[in-house]
Design a binder for this molecule. Structure first.
Ligand SMILES: [Fe+2]
Ligand SMILES: [Fe+2]
Length: 188
């Protein structure tokens, strides 16, 4: 299995945009916390989070290629861990037409991908723009406001209940805490 150092090297060699890298770091942190919740491998789940959008700069104009490029790069590097390869593919099944999320790892990525965006947006409207000022209540308040951070798909986040068995407020609390622990790395 690819190491965290190798994954970071791969990510930063293919992705230059600072905010995109920060998104990947945020999802990594949440995925590690979710792995602990499910008593799974934090290292593996973290790598899935870190690399899930690694090809985005090269695929943003061709959504059907998003995740397929990363899948190819990892395979070329000798990665054989099917859980990692499948999970990365699964978060873009809407555009590739393959690999709908099918397990806790994959649904965790699918739900946390969008929630991290919502939490960042809430941090940015805090007076000090800091993650440390964000509360679960503040995120819940913005949750039904569809025009706020419209790109953070609420129905995708809300699947945490059905697919992960985690209530929305608990899912927000877990994710917010994980992101707060790496706040300086993501500039918040
Ligand atoms: Fe993506
Ligand atoms: Fe993402």
């Amino acid at each position: 299995m690819i190491t965290r150092d190798q994954a970071w090297q791969l990510l930063t060699s293919r992705m230059q945009n600072r905010n995109l890298r920060r998104h990947c770091l945020a999802v990594e942190a949440v995925m590690r916390a979710l792995a602990k919740h499910f008593e799974a491998s934090a290292q593996k789940w973290g790598i899935v989070g870190l690399l899930h959008d690694g090809d985005y700069e090269l695929s943003k104009d061709t959504p059907a290629k998003h995740t397929l490029l990363m899948h190819a790069w990892l395979t070329e590097m000798g990665e054989t861990d099917q859980e990692i390869l499948s999970a990365i593919l699964s978060h873009n099944f809407v555009h590739t037409g393959q690999n709908q999320p099918a397990n806790y790892l994959e649904w965790s990525l699918y739900c946390s991908d969008e929630l991290t965006g919502l939490i960042v947006a809430v941090a940015l409207v805090m007076p000090d723009k800091k993650l440390s000022s964000v509360t679960v209540e503040a995120v819940l308040k913005k949750f039904p406001q569809k025009s706020f951070a419209a790109g953070a798909h609420r129905e995708q986040i809300a699947l945490c209940q059905e697919k992960l068995g985690i209530e929305l407020d608990d899912f927000i609390a877990l994710s917010l805490s994980a992101m707060q622990q790496i706040a300086s790395q993501i500039g918040l």
